[in-house]
Design a protein around this ligand. Structure first.
Ligand code: COD
Ligand code: ATP
Length: 199
């Protein structure tokens, strides 16, 4: 039996940081953020729908999606965000399930689905265990502004477009508190994987 681990958290709480640690344990990771980039490449169905819905103002001169422009529209307005989600999420979900099932067929001990919006999109049934990467909201805001070089207003808009990290923490099977050092988080992950008997 392959244990399917749903890795989630809030924006900039450290999912990618923790996701990279699974390499050490030889556990494969399926990355929903990466898939959401792949499915909007020029020529893909979702790409055409985005251009039809949001217009050419969300394109770079070379025809690729201008993620900054699209982000500045959808994080400001819930209605627009729902429209984009309705275009992108079904494609991401399909690809994620295909990849998950391939790893299951290979009888891997575990596979990780790294899904930022696991709770928002109600994908809890896609996984066997939910692991939330947590930091307090002050640290979340600071790390987001630092990483994206964004102003407080834009960073807050992004945070507020998601379920608060404190609620996600309550709904987790296990939590990694990532407010300490990366090494502290690695040790927490190691303990959790031992408890789940997969390493
Ligand atoms: C709006 C877009 C173009 C902005 O791109 P950008 O490169 O700036 O951000 P990136 O894709 O790396 O996402 C960064 C983080 O933002 C958050 N986020 C992204 N999309 C959403 C959304 N629709 N609602 C809430 N939070 C979101 C997630 O925490 C994600 O990890 C892009 O995020 C997008 O296409 N979003 C829709 C697809 C989606 O929901 N992706 C996230 C999970 S599948
Ligand atoms: N323990 C830590 N100590 C200090 N900085 C950290 C720590 N963990 C992560 N960071 C930094 O915080 C920022 C956010 O981390 P990361 O990109 O892993 O978050 P994320 O949850 O994957 O974000 P997103 O939702 O945007 O994909 C990054 O700049 C990262 O280098």
């Amino acid at each position: 039996m392959t244990l399917v681990i749903g890795l989630t958290g809030g924006i900039a709480t450290g999912k990618s940081t923790v996701s990279n640690m699974f390499q050490e344990f030889d556990i494969p990771v399926i990355d929903a953020d990466q898939l959401s980039r792949d499915v909007v490449e020029p020529g893909q169905k979702a790409y055409e729908e985005i251009v039809r819905t949001f217009g050419e103002r969300v394109l770079h001169d070379n025809g690729e999606i201008d993620r900054k422009a699209l982000g500045s529209i959808i994080f400001k307005e819930e209605e627009k965000r729902k429209q984009l989600n309705a275009i992108v999420h079904p494609e991401v979900r399909k690809e994620m399930v295909d990849q998950r099932d391939r790893f299951k067929q290979e009888n891997r001990k575990a596979v990780v689905l790294d899904i930022p919006l696991l709770f928002e999109s109600e994908l809890m049934d896609y996984v066997d265990r939910i692991l939330v990467v947590y930091v307090d909201e002050k640290t979340q805001l600071e790390r987001l502004m630092e990483r994206d070089q964004s102003a407080e207003k834009e960073a807050m808009q992004r945070i507020q477009s998601q379920i608060p990290i404190s609620s996600k923490r309550e709904r987790a099977d296990e939590v990694i508190d990532n407010t300490g050092t990366i090494n502290d988080s690695f040790k927490q992950l190691e303990d959790i994987l031992h408890r789940w008997d997969i390493v």
